[in-house]
Design a protein around this ligand. Structure first.
Ligand code: ADP
Length: 456
């Protein structure tokens, strides 16, 4: 076995984020090894790594979610650092623990902080303690007694939302409008929480009716420095999945954002957070309410990179290697506006995945356009994984220019052999509500419903 060295990074992920991490390692002059499953063995991005190592068959549980296989891959290739990307094992404290136990370094927070932020009740408690504003509701799990639950719900005021403490991916949540629905909703949410997340704990908070999703990107080192790198608006969602993201969030008082951003950075220092992370908020009537923290790099990080000019993935790797941040908060300046569209291989009407062979592909370019994709003509999109095949990102001097650029970039893009959601993106970008800016998290689904009603 080779000696483990801190100049080699194992990429424990696939697709566009694997390529993004490879690029960051190149930029930092680090050796990079990319893990792959049998389904990805022909992926062109593997050629860009110094080494590629097979970690198992196509099903994710046997490869990208296989902790022993990934640890063994790092040891066999001498990789002292492991980048988990997003999804897969990126927010699993047991993975962070296994990496630490093997004497390796995960590019992310330690297992303790990851576990704390992964439990939404503990996270909320930590936020309240560090002065980050949260959705009204107790910072503890609900008791079993129906009468006690009813009293808590009444104190908050209907509508309320029941949420699984261990929940994620938009599951394990239920809105309750009055007393009569409460007991059944509690039982159902508890069953789901136990079945999906193995944690029966439920908590309750006010259900906000027309919020926007606004988040703060943070980055912290192991020397007590923490920065906030600006905000993003990710309100264009379908079934809690983000489709379009932008930076900065349009129409929100910058002084208020700075105040929240400073709080998030201070909170990182107080909880001992190291790495890149995102504080997610709901924003309604001029107020921010924390909902959760993601302890990893996010799909939408490029819009922040476009407006700040920073390489967040490289900085994330740098702080994991023990280096101190080299930029200070007053050096972070945001310029212009950026919009990202997530391109999925799926039917633009039914949203059914469309795996298969890409027979031809044209990607856009020109001023202010960035394309993060791992696919090209001749690539096979496996059915085993998420359908996202890339992201098209535009930057402009202002939102109007970013919008104009992303529209023409998408119109220029063509992908043959599989269906994509590009036609849907073009319609969304033409939507007057979105064009105006500041839509709520329900805007996209309402618009899809009205489109369906018109077609019927
Ligand atoms: P997950 O980890 O499953 O993504 P979140 O806590 O981030 O769960 O919530 C996901 C989504 O659910 C939010 O983006 C929002 O659309 C909705 N949601 C969560 N909490 C509330 C709330 N208190 N009021 C209104 N909507 C909420």
């Amino acid at each position: 076995m080779p000696d483990i060295d801190m100049n080699t990074v194992l990429v424990a992920n696939r697709g566009e984020i694997a390529l993004r991490i490879i690029r960051a390692c190149r930029r930092l002059n680090l050796r990079v090894v990319c893990a792959f499953s049998q389904a990805d063995r022909g992926a062109p991005y593997l050629q860009l790594a110094d080494q590629a190592i097979c970690i198992g068959p196509a099903p994710a549980v046997k490869s990208y979610l296989n902790i022993p296989a990934l640890i063994a891959a790092a040891q066999a290739t001498g990789a002292g650092l492991i980048h988990p990307g997003y999804g897969f094992l990126s927010e699993r404290p047991e993975f962070a623990e296994a990496v630490e136990a093997a004497g390796l370094t995960l590019i992310g927070p330690n297992a303790r902080v990851m576990a704390q932020m992964g439990d939404k009740v503990q996270a909320k408690r930590a936020m309240i303690a560090t002065g980050v504003p949260c959705v009204p509701g107790p910072d503890s799990v609900l008791p079993d007694d129906p009468e006690a639950i009813r009293q808590i719900a009444r104190d908050i005021g209907y509508p309320v939302i029941l949420k699984a403490a261990g929940g994620g991916g938009g599951r394990g949540m239920r809105v309750v409008h009055d007393d009569s629905q409460l007991a059944d909703a509690f039982m159902l949410t508890r069953q789901e929480a136990t079945r999906f997340f193995g944690n029966p704990d439920i908590y309750i908070e006010k259900f906000l009716q027309k919020p926007r999703h606004v988040e703060i990107q943070v980055l912290a080192d192991a020397h007590g420095n923490a920065l906030w790198l600006g905000d993003r608006d990710c309100s264009m969602q379908r079934r809690h999945q983000k489709m379009i993201e932008e930076a900065p969030a349009p129409g929100i008082d910058r002084a208020l954002i700075a105040q929240i951003g400073e709080r998030c950075a201070a909170s990182c220092r107080e909880i001992g957070y190291v790495g890149a992370g995102t504080f997610e908020f709901l924003y309604e009537d001029g107020q921010f309410f924390f909902i959760e923290m993601n302890t990893r790099i996010q799909v939408e990080h490029p819009v922040t990179e476009m407006v700040t000019g920073l390489d967040i993935v490289a900085m994330q790797i740098d702080v994991a290697r023990g280096n101190a941040l080299t930029v200070t908060q007053d050096q972070i300046v945001t310029r212009g506006h950026s919009i990202e569209c997530r391109i999925n291989a799926e039917d633009p009407d039914s949203f059914a995945p469309s795996p298969g062979l890409i027979t031809a592909m044209h990607i856009p370019g020109g001023p202010g356009i960035r394309v993060d994709t791992h696919v090209s003509a001749g690539c096979d999109i496996p059915a085993s994984y998420d359908s996202m095949i890339g992201k098209i990102i535009a930057h402009g001097a202002d939102r109007a220019e970013a919008l104009a650029r992303i529209r023409s970039a998408l119109a220029e893009t063509s992908v043959s052999g599989v269906s994509t959601n590009i036609p849907l993106h073009l319609q969304m970008l033409a939507n007057p509500g979105f064009a105006e800016g500041g839509v709520s998290i329900h805007h996209l689904e309402h618009w899809l419903d009205s489109r369906k009603a018109q077609d019927a």
